[in-house]
Design a protein around this ligand. Structure first.
Ligand code: BG6
Length: 523
């Protein structure tokens, strides 16, 4: 296959960024002084992602020196033991390598820990005292960001107790108070609404940052730039030229050690309702009138509102599910889902979900949007592939040539970039036509490594920029869209396992698109 490579123009001021970590981030937008309180600090997410993100924000000067971090969890740690635990986390998981002095010794002094229950006001009183002392010692100016990275069942408890202890925004007369809520925001429509009722008793919507880490990924942020910073795509971005859209979030990993959570969740809740739905909104929304958070989020909400509801008796025509059996992934034998730790031996939980949606508006009428996500598939691959309509009249090519449709593929991971597939004449005396790819790759194109999503998102929350966070109306709408599928699947036993690990997914998923004369791109 012929390849063409896009390159990136040098910065116009001629100054190249020399710190490769700093180059990926927006140094103009330094964060504000604050204390960040991590509920669930003894958990895996904090250790692997959140603390390394904080450390690298400091390392790159995105976060200035007037900050403090408080870990809050049930596990017992002294401040010293917590600092050791944090050091291990940086040593093991930071993209900048092991913790370095003198930065680490300064950073670690700003770390403290409260071993507390989530429903005991006296533990929150300790937190209050700690925040006051952080203000004095580190100049955090009364600003507080709470990060809920606990099991979701305790989200309402934490919010309620923050208010009881006078740690809510209304009681904070010195600075701002904000809250980041990890996913899942609810486990279905009703529980999400219940959680929202509790959250809004204490926090105003502008103070709530519902995290979806996909929105922090560079290539996801680039979707809007691709669409709205170029002249050539938007005029053909509609039903007249686009045949269909495929959004894929495929993983090779299984459930790892999260069987307890995942067996009550499944692929539809875990990936489609949030990450994949956000990708859909970005690719299908109308151009926002402005680049501020609400203008963008208004458009995202509008497009989700235009998605045609799936009738209960249409679920099996509009959606397909799967559960992995044993198989080979990356050359290694792996067990079936039902053999994984903390998973029911007869589990009816799907580890793969595919959904066909229609957007009932002028731009998208008649264009099917296919979504799929699954674990233990052949390859890790997340992408959005826009397939264009066939040419109206064939002029070139030998009889045996097939003229492929054009594709524009936004590659999210592991490759980060954009591929445009078009047809070209094969060199030689014959008039052969073949599909070729023009590739843009972030790494080689810009010569920088993308910052992990959590760095961008935490920094944005500290700056008060909610653009990359999901507003309540969109979360609620996404639940409404998936609810008929969720209930039907819950009430019908699947024939599982129905795809081997390391494969392209279940046959049911192929049939879903084949019914429209389509085929999935290979994962
Ligand atoms: C999380 C899901 O939100 O996203 C996990 O709970 C999934 O099950 C993960 O593995 C995928 O994230 P990424 O960034 O690896 O695509």
């Amino acid at each position: 296959m012929a390849q063409a490579t896009a390159t990136v123009a040098a910065p116009t001021d001629g100054k190249a960024e020399t710190n490769p970590l700093r180059a990926g981030l927006d140094t103009d937008r330094i964060t504000e002084p604050c204390s960040v309180v991590f509920f669930g600090a003894s958990g895996d997410l904090f250790k692997r992602m959140l603390l390394p993100a904080m450390y690298n924000l400091r390392l790159t000067d995105i976060m200035p020196n007037d900050f403090a971090i408080v870990g809050y969890s049930r596990t017992e740690y002294t401040d010293e033991a917590f600092r050791d635990y944090c050091k291990q986390s940086v040593d093991q998981f930071s993209r900048s390598g092991p913790a370095k002095d003198p930065l680490w010794s300064d950073f670690s002094q700003r770390l403290s820990y409260i071993s507390g229950e989530f429903d005991d006001v006296s533990d929150y009183d300790q937190l209050k005292a700690k925040l006051a002392s952080n203000d004095e010692k580190f100049g955090t100016k009364g600003n507080v960001l709470y990060y809920l990275s606990t099991p979701p069942q305790v989200f309402p408890l934490i919010v309620e107790h923050l208010a009881k202890a006078g740690l809510d925004p209304k009681s904070n007369t010195k600075g701002w108070t904000r809250i980041i809520v990890e996913k899942p925001f609810g486990t279905d429509l009703k529980s999400a609404q219940g959680l929202q009722t509790e959250v809004e008793k204490v926090f105003d919507e502008s103070q709530v940052y519902r995290i979806d880490h996909y929105l922090g990924k560079e290539p996801v942020q680039d979707i809007m730039a691709l669409r709205f910073a170029n002249m050539i795509f938007e005029p053909i971005w509609d039903r007249r030229y686009i045949d269909s859209v495929q959004i894929t979030a495929a993983e090779t990993l299984g459930v790892e050690l999260r069987g307890g959570y995942y067996d009550n969740a499944g692929a539809l809740r875990d990936m489609i309702q949030n990450h994949v739905m956000n990708l859909l909104a970005l690719v299908a929304m109308e151009p926002p009138v402005n680049s501020d958070a609400d203008s963008i989020r208004n458009e995202k909400f509008k497009v989700l509102s235009a998605i045609r509801p799936i009738a209960d008796d249409q679920v099996f025509e509009q959606a397909a599910r799967g559960q992995y059996g044993s198989g080979t992934v990356d050359g290694k034998m792996v067990p079936a889902y039902r053999q994984e730790k903390d998973v029911d031996l007869n589990s009816n939980t799907e580890t793969f979900a595919a959904v066909k949606l229609h957007i009932d508006n002028w731009r998208w009428a008649g264009v099917p949007i296919y979504l799929r996500s699954g674990k233990r598939l052949a390859r890790k691959n997340s992408e959005i592939a826009v397939r264009f309509k066939p040419i109206p009249h064939r002029l070139f090519g030998e009889k045996s040539d097939t003229i492929d449709p054009n594709f524009l593929v936004m590659k999210i991971q592991p490759d980060e970039g954009v591929t445009l597939r078009f047809n070209a004449k094969v060199p030689g005396p014959k008039n052969h036509i073949r599909g070729v790819n023009m590739d843009f790759n972030y790494g080689t194109g810009f010569g920088v490594e993308s910052a992990p999503a959590y760095e961008r998102l935490i920094a944005d929350a500290v700056r008060g920029d909610a653009t990359l966070f999901t507003r309540w109306d969109a979360v609620q709408r996404a639940w409404e869209i998936v609810m008929p599928i969720l209930s039907t699947w819950q009430n019908t036993k699947g024939t599982f396992p129905n795809y081997p690990s390391g494969s392209q997914g279940p046959e049911e998923s192929d049939n879903l698109v084949a019914a429209d004369g389509q085929a999935w791109r290979r994962i």
